[in-house]
Design a protein around this ligand. Sequence first.
Ligand SMILES: C[S@@+](CC[C@H](N)C(=O)[O-])C[C@H]1O[C@@H](n2cnc3c(N)ncnc32)[C@H](O)[C@@H]1O
Length: 357
Amino acid sequence: MSLKEFGNIVDFQEKISFIKDFFLEFYKGEIEFFNSLEKHFRTRAEFSFYHENNKLYYAMFDPQTKKKIIIENIDFPDEKICNFMPILLEKIKVNPNLKEKLFGVEFLATKHDLSTTLLYHKNIETIDQDLAKLSFELNCNLIARSKNKKLVFNNENLKQSLLIGNKEIFYEFNNDCFIQPNTFINEKMISWVKENLTTQAKKDLLELYCGYGNFTLALADDFSKILATEISKNNINFALKNCKLNNVSNIYFTRLSSEELSQALKKEREFFRLKNINLDDFCFSHVLVDPPRAGLDKSVMDLIKQYDNIIYISCNPISLKENLKVLSQTHKIIKMAAFDQFVNTPHLECGVLLTKI
Ligand SMILES: C[S@@+](CC[C@H](N)C(=O)[O-])C[C@H]1O[C@@H](n2cnc3c(N)ncnc32)[C@H](O)[C@@H]1O
């Protein structure tokens, strides 16, 4: 099967056979597969608004034909989102100020909270009273956005808790953070990493692309210390907050891009952001990477190749394979898993554990 064909696969069974074949040259062992829930699996859902003869509908665009699809009954978003969608629509429909120039909506749900972001092609400050009333009447966390403007009504932060093994881990984040889109699968991914670490000698962990600490907080018990880095200031601010929420004191979160981290570890450059962290105090036995779709560039690969154990979480099998071509010169895969994070789409999340040859 070619890469082009993979782009059309949406069925999980087909994704499984593809992935087995695709990585065969690097790994012939068992690949563990984690299926998603069939309904209400999407944590984040985005829709357009379609205006027709004074009426208003939620709509999506078919990625292939680009044709609009009016949405009435859907069951893939989180149940809180599905329940709230018609209530919100009814309220907006009858208010011309709220309806005019409204083009999109983004919902974000956790186990405990829901946040709704309305997107406008007009200055939202002119309708701030209407938006405040809407948020009050629906008792909802509402955000409105238009070009260079953002208004928040009620609260923009969401609380989340994940059950990893028999321990509950607590998180807080907002809409601007990176959020794994399928909470059920997210719990499976973190648990898989944690469970498969047990046989290796664990000292300190180096984590790149840590977000708001999704994996980090759950792994705090497994390592003496963790250095976790990430490019986004907003993510790091929540990560620091999440340490406090979980009473964790052995994680050092700092805002550094992967490129800056490489420079800092090679002592090529000093960073004020590292003034309270002595990199020489760490003895990394493991490195965890969860990069964006493009995968890892050469400088990051050169960096992670130095460590005995690599945990690679990837949302793109194609860039993962490219990176494995290089990593397999120094490391061998000991475990692999595939997670159907993006149900009914051609995307697939993979987890790979590698150890030095
Ligand atoms: C796939 S997300 C993973 C986040 C986190 N591991 C999680 O599970 O929520 C990738 C993260 O990498 C961050 N990122 C993107 N480019 C980066 C770079 N060059 N250096 C460091 N972090 C980067 C993004 O802000 C994002 O939080």
